[in-house]
Write a protein that binds this ligand. Structure first.
Ligand SMILES: Cc1ncc(COP(=O)(O)O)c(C=O)c1O
Length: 347
């Protein structure tokens, strides 16, 4: 960043811990969590399990580790995972599903994070010794790849029902479930009810420095604790980090609805511009993908032109860039981003 006046739209993971979080870190009661001694981690795990209506929860250093640990806990190596071809757990976690969980992968195309019931039903394997066993279905709320789209709760209910009918567990990557809930207003327990395991991130829009939480039934979480151990994710006095998660529920979670509406406002401006178009069907939450349509400009060039104007975004390919709104993006930043886009496109 070249100036404190710059606006960083690259990701909601750039958010800084709040003053209250920093104070809570300094004051946190801690212990050796690998020995089961950290009261702040225990409090966070109990609070999250209660919030999502699950029996137990487990604190992780990252969403990737929590997702991969969930898959490794659900699956016997060689079993098949049904996963959307654009899902973070498949696309952006370094091939962990096969490397860590030993999974056989069955990717399905989805529309906005929803695969059709026909394709899902057809992908579930019959009992047949020649075929892999279907061992897990993954869903993602919100769906990053389609622009932070909210996967409708009714859809999740149906997927879970179908999975249950076949005795297959469902894992939900809910890294940004918070942003969906800020729109739907549904109790968090309703999200917990449509999956067998659920990961939520603390380190994105919620502004914590580190951390994700995995939830499930008691047996699943004690098996996941063992998997977290062999993955090297057992942490010692990490109550210092968990303390921020408890503050986030009160302090930063209520701010996410504003992040979502700022993103929609920016998207509204884009609709009127020549040279870019929305690369997503709807702007449900805090993520905006733009396709550069101007013939004389590509995405890295547009990103550079915006950066010259103090607006930092991410190029995700030759024609694609993204804006993500979060706690440090104000209404004024949105106005400046709109102006910078106008200027850069009319150069
Ligand atoms: C949808 C989704 N799932 C999982 C993750 C992984 O989280 P982490 O970066 O904490 O490993 C991310 C990170 O951006 C994400 O966007």
């Amino acid at each position: 960043m070249s100036s404190v006046l710059d606006a960083d739209f690259r990701s909601d993971t750039v958010t800084q811990p709040t003053d209250r979080m920093r104070e809570a870190m300094a004051q946190a009661q801690v212990g050796d969590d690998v020995l089961g001694d950290d009261p702040t981690i225990q409090k966070l795990e109990e609070e999250f399990a209660r919030l999502f209506g699950k029996e137990a929860a487990l604190f992780f250093p990252s969403g990737t580790m929590a997702n991969q640990c969930a898959a490794a806990t659900h699956l016997v190596p060689g079993e098949e995972v049904i996963v959307d071809a654009g899902a973070h757990i498949f696309q952006f976690e370094g091939g962990g599903l096969s490397r860590i969980a030993g999974a056989h992968l069955r990717t399905l195309d989805s529309a906005n994070g929803q695969f059709s019931f026909g394709s899902l039903s057809r992908a579930i394997r019959p009992v047949n010794e020649h075929m892999p066993r279907t061992g897990l279905i993954c869903v993602e709320e919100t769906h990053l790849f389609s622009g932070g789209t909210i996967v409708p709760h009714d859809y999740l209910v149906e997927v879970h029902g179908l999975a249950k009918h076949h005795g297959i567990p469902v894992h939900m990557d809910g890294a940004r479930l918070w942003n969906a809930q800020a729109e739907t207003g549904m109790p968090f327990s309703e999200y917990g009810a449509v999956c067998d395991s659920l990961m939520v991130s603390l380190s994105k829009g919620l502004s914590c420095p580190v951390g994700s939480v995995l939830m499930g039934d008691g047996q699943f979480i004690s098996r996941a604790r063992r998997a977290r151990k062999w993955m090297g994710g057992g942490m010692r006095q990490a109550g210092i980090l968990a303390a921020c998660g408890l503050i986030a529920l009160e302090e930063t979670m209520p701010l996410l609805a504003d992040d979502n509406s700022r993103c929609r406002r920016l998207g509204g401006v884009v609709l009127g511009l020549d040279g870019v178009r929305l690369a997503q069907e709807t702007i449900d939450t805090n993520i905006l993908f733009l396709e550069v349509t101007a013939p004389n400009l590509d995405a890295p060039q547009l990103v550079a032109a915006l950066a010259d104007r103090g607006i930092h975004t991410l190029a995700l390919g030759e024609r694609l860039l993204r804006f993500v709104t979060h706690r440090h993006i104000t209404d004024e930043h949105v106005d400046r981003a709109a102006q910078a886009l106008q200027e850069a496109l009319s150069q």
